[in-house]
Ligand binder design. Structure first.
Ligand code: C2E
Ligand code: MG
Ligand code: MG
Ligand code: MG
Length: 287
């Protein structure tokens, strides 16, 4: 296709494409060894409860300590892992690492913390994932209510019956269910009626300009009200400023997550931040 657009376009296109294609193939090959070599690590990003300024949950975000390329974000390898099917094993590792961390926190000053893990539609396809979650929780002596699973709206478009069944089982175990990136998917609202949802995470794209743009403000307020009327809690993603925090607090958003509170950090750094009090962000009562 690029070829037809003329020589310059063609060269420009292939150069960039070759680089990316080479990197893709390399990473795909390296992914083979990554699990065995213990190259994945979970970073944790705290969620601030706007009601009492406490932190009771953190989201686990995977990183790949690549032997030559350094620390890679999920966008560089999760899509690849989904294509090759390796995502199933990676997802199981994430669950295990999260349970290990919960067990580690269980009897200390961070025993109140819940961990949210991200599960893609492809991972939910894995017939054994619910059993794996249950067994892993039990093996680590962790109760299911310590664990939260974040799903994006894609799971309400395909394989609906299978996904509903999987989520019902998870919910019955006591695992909390969150809808991630809410508002940017292509699904209908009907699933909020049919699926056992505990939390909605408003996508960052609505939050970025929420204090400047009337439409974003209207949508954000509407989502908060919709969720609350359905008995669902709301998390705002990507909060980067005090103004955004104040807006969300004033409109009764339950929790916020974003660089304003903390970037995702390794467990040791999170513990340090929690105990030093730097995360005790003050949330005054609004007007
Ligand atoms: P997500 O679950 O929506 O995670 C939020 C993303 O936004 C994270 O990017 C986080 O670092 C970033 N973020 C948080 N606060 C802010 C902020 O204030 N400003 C900005 N600009 N960004 C913020 P990250 O860690 O690169 O993860 C990207 C996506 O990769 C995640 O989006 C999630 O969909 C996926 N992902 C991460 N970990 C896993 C995993 O273990 N399994 C699977 N299947 N997917 C994962
Ligand atoms: Mg998430
Ligand atoms: Mg999200
Ligand atoms: Mg996202």
């Amino acid at each position: 296709r690029a070829k037809e657009q003329g020589r310059n376009t063609y060269q420009f296109y292939t150069e960039g494409m070759q680089d990316r294609e080479v990197m893709r193939l390399e990473l795909d090959k390296d992914l083979d060894q990554a699990l065995a070599n213990d190259e994945f690590v979970l970073y944790f990003q705290p969620q601030l409860d706007l009601n009492d300024s406490s932190i009771n949950s953190v989201e686990a975000l995977i990183r790949w300590k690549h032997p030559r390329r350094g620390l890679l974000p999920p966008i560089d390898f999760i899509p690849l892992a989904e294509e090759s099917g390796r995502i199933t094993d990676i997802g199981r590792w994430v669950v295990k690492a999260a349970c290990r961390q919960l067990a580690n926190w269980q009897n200390g000053p961070y025993a109140n913390l819940r961990i949210a893990v991200n599960l893609s539609g492809r991972e939910l396809d894995d017939e054994g994932i619910v059993d794996h979650i249950q067994e892993t929780l039990e093996a680590h002596g962790v109760t299911a209510d310590r664990l939260e699973v974040e799903l994006t709206e894609e799971i309400f478009i395909q394989n609906i019956e299978h996904n509903l069944n999987q989520l019902s089982k998870l919910h019955k175990l006591g695992v909390h269910l969150a809808i991630d990136d809410f508002g940017v998917g292509y699904s209908s609202l009907g699933y909020l009626r049919d699926f056992p949802v505990d939390l909605l995470k408003i996508d960052r794209s609505f939050i970025t300009d929420v204090t400047e743009r009337h439409d974003d403000a209207v949508i954000t307020r509407a989502v908060i009200n919709l969720a609350h009327n359905l008995g669902i809690q709301v998390v705002a993603e990507g909060v980067e400023t005090r103004e955004q925090l104040n807006f969300l607090k004033n409109h009764r958003c339950d929790l916020i997550q974003g660089y304003f509170i903390s970037r995702p950090v390794p467990a040791a750094e999170l513990e340090q931040a929690l105990s030093s009090g730097v995360l005790n962000v003050d949330t005054p009562v609004g007007t």
